[in-house]
Design a protein around this ligand. Structure first.
Ligand SMILES: Nc1ncnc2c1ncn2[C@@H]1O[C@H](COP(=O)(O)OP(=O)(O)OP(=O)(O)O)[C@@H](O)[C@H]1O
Ligand SMILES: [Mg+2]
Length: 255
């Protein structure tokens, strides 16, 4: 990856909730068209770090951040940033599928309508179809676009949420344990989907599932107690971690 343009550059990131420091001097570059897996034990700061990348932590009043995050060399925390545009460019998929209580079509169209105001039904239809195809869901829902998104299975709902993010044409997709409530077959479908998507997007996924990290990620970042202990290419990190703490975590000897 060296020499390639950096998509996201996080430098000297320290973060607190009230008095509790939860991120400790994180430095991490993320590249275009890669899948980066963030791994580490519960409470080590994975979700907090992910949410820093599109400023979702802003919603938490006790949260405070120091350091710099650049996306395409633009400072995400600068005063005059357009937050809606940032979150369109850097989209987020959450742990539990969270379709809105509206039709499948409207779920996917939601963000497009929000950002574009009035758009023609035909144009919207094309965008919705493209996003659902990209999310590998089109064939299962094309005949029932007007039924509620809540009527889908968990795995379908998660793909619907991915389609909703893709519809606004992001460049980065953040996923926080997107498969933790899904069965193995649905998980496999999402993993396949992410492999396809990485040709067009930068993907950062938090996962507790080391098998998943091994199967889909190009690089891994191991967090422990708010520190980034080690990061590198997935294959070499799994075979030969540099740090003892990483080795202990990977071999299940942690704690
Ligand atoms: N909204 C919040 N307010 C206060 N403290 C928080 C908040 N969110 C997280 N924390 C604390 O920050 C630390 C890091 O939490 P975070 O959710 O980032 O961990 P994580 O690595 O994602 O854990 P998990 O694997 O369980 O999801 C934890 O000590 C947690 O209790
Ligand atoms: Mg988390």
């Amino acid at each position: 990856m060296q020499g390639q343009a950096v998509k996201i550059q996080a430098s000297n990131i320290n973060a607190w909730y009230g008095p509790q420091q939860v991120l400790d001097n994180i430095n991490l570059d993320i590249y275009p068209e890669e899948i980066l897996a963030i791994i580490g034990p519960s409470g080590c700061g994975k979700s907090t770090f992910l949410r820093c990348l599109n400023r979702l932590n802003d919603l938490t009043r006790s949260f405070r951040l120091q350091g710099q995050i650049l996306v395409d060399n633009q400072d995400v925390y600068r005063r005059d940033i357009n937050l809606a545009a940032l979150r369109q460019k850097v989209g987020m998929v959450f742990q539990h599928p969270n379709p809105f209580p509206m039709s499948i079509f409207d779920n996917v169209a939601f963000g497009v309508r929000e950002s574009n105001g009035r758009v023609s039904r035909g144009y919207l239809g094309d965008i919705v179809e493209e996003a659902l195809r990209r999310a590998n869901l089109w064939d299962e829902v094309k005949d029932k676009l007007t039924t509620s998104g809540l009527a889908l299975s968990g795995g379908q709902q998660q793909r619907l949420c991915i389609a909703r993010v893709l519809a606004v044409k992001p460049e980065v997709v953040l996923l926080d344990e997107p498969c933790s409530s899904l069965d193995p077959a649905s998980t496999a479908r999402i993993e396949e989907l992410l492999q396809d998507l990485k040709q067009h997007f930068t993907i950062v996924i938090v996962t507790h599932n080391l098998g998943q990290a091994r199967r889909i990620s190009d690089r891994m970042a191991f967090f422990l107690n708010g520190r980034l202990v080690e990061h590198g290419e997935t294959a070499s990190m799994l075979i030969k971690p540099r740090e003892k703490e990483t080795e202990d975590y990977l071999t299940g000897n942690f704690g």
